[in-house]
Design a protein around this ligand. Sequence first.
Ligand code: GDP
Length: 321
Amino acid sequence: MAEPLFDLAGRRVYVAGHRGMVGAALVRRLATEGCAILTAARAELDLTQPAQVEAWFARMRPEAVFVAAARVGGILENDTRPADFLHDNLLIQANLLKAAHESGVGKLLFLGSSCIYPRLAPQPIVEEALLTGPLEPTNEAYAVAKIAGIKLCQAYRRQHGADFIAAMPANLYGPGDTFDLASGHVLPALIRKAEEARRSGAADLVIWGTGTPRREFLHVDDCADACVHLMKVYSGAGPVNVGSGEEIAILDLARLVARLVGFEGRIVRDLTRPDGTPRKLMNSDRLRATGWAPRIGLEEGIAEVCRAWCAAAEGGRGAAA
Ligand code: GDP
């Protein structure tokens, strides 16, 4: 296990984006670190407004920052709203990093995504693959913003000696995910569709694309744990992949969800929908070398999310009845 370089205990730690899935997991995880957790409601602080961000940092004086604030979404939302994804993410991260630098924040962790890597990067993808080839078109806007965020961390490090680091998580899932079918990611969408199909007695569960793309999934609580760990032990310009090493094809994921939810009908593919990148399994050796490993297995984690969604759906119907 790598020796801590940065101690969180007794520090003022700002989680930007605490209402999001990752930010909320970070707040849960930081509760045992003995630090003061700072958050800001959206009504109080609009992260796209530089003057507001600057004033908030000057007033609250955070000593460490997790940048988990971002406009995020699934393949359809990314593909149809590229201007929003590029614009909002560029502003949010530029404002946060500048305010952090100018107010003397001691350590900052920026969260990216595995979609920053070239669409056809050799697998498992190493950090050095960054900017070696064309990006996946369906999420290019988001990826370009996140690449700019990594570069901004590196630039503050090189020009000002700021200890800004960047973590690249795999496809995340877990509590607090978006179950909206148009804007969300694949796992909550499949759980919702399978549960609704089972309940209504529908014959088909429709999945988007061919079902052949493979995705590496990581539970958000493991992601938060890895980020807190990196904040303490890692200080370097290079981004760090944060993966589980557990990869599954979308069709197999649909079969698993159907089994867990109790849907026994057919799984049907909608080939008018995009597949996105064929595969994005990361090599997380850099992270593993610091002594960190994930704790939540894929089937165990997915089963927990399925149970929570089905129980809430039952409860909702009970309440309505
Ligand atoms: P991505 O990793 O950026 O492509 O994000 P997603 O989680 O949105 O999609 C992952 C894969 O699941 C893609 O190949 C999608 O086409 C596929 N997929 C299958 N069914 C669905 C669905 O109902 N919703 C979403 N979002 N993706 C789906």
